[in-house]
Design a protein around this ligand. Sequence first.
Ligand code: URA
Length: 230
Amino acid sequence: MKEKWIGKKQKNQLTKNLNAKKEYLLQNQELFGKEIFLDITQKSPPFSNQLNTFEKNICNCEKCDLHKSRTNFVFGEGDKNASLLLIGEAPGAQEDLEGRPFVGRSGKLLDKILKAIDRDRFNDTYICNILKCRPPENRNPSLSEVDKCKPYLNHQIKLINPRLIVTLGLVAASTLLGKDSSLKDMRNNIFYYMDYPVIVTYHPAFLLRSPSFKKNAWEDFKRIRDYIKD
Ligand code: URA
């Protein structure tokens, strides 16, 4: 075999790569024991199958620039075995401050809506967002932010394994379902995401701005209640 001489810089880089691989294998061993699972679709370390540990795995994420302006990573909260999974767009100012989803004005309305269908956010219900970090000035999530954050949401959905997903607002619906339709057109359908049924309804912040739509939202939530009824 022909020997190849490498420079100091290249050698340092190779050592760095080797150390990163070693760290990856050690982390894998810690999570899954001595068996090695290779996931060729995923470059980052494997995610835990425990929701709490998964949150710890990813809460220091720096995959996009939103980590620079966030106060807190907003993973989501609720019953980890919930039959109902509510998905919003992204944390707002209050959510960013508290590290919890839907705790501002729109969250208060969401709590009232859940109460009206005999639930609360910790009872057979889980709430999270498409993005885990707040976009500055609450702007819409960018495509690249969604691309980077979606694997987290997908894994979260698999772990919670809900009977029904409900998206809140047009941005959450169109980003999750990859559809370009209006909310009005999507509302009365059932869609599927990763084989999970999805119902689309209004964002509570929109209902605060346009209270005349609360009647329609109530129709949606009655449908949601009936869909997950035992
Ligand atoms: N709006 C969202 O979409 N999500 C939150 O968590 C809060 C406000």
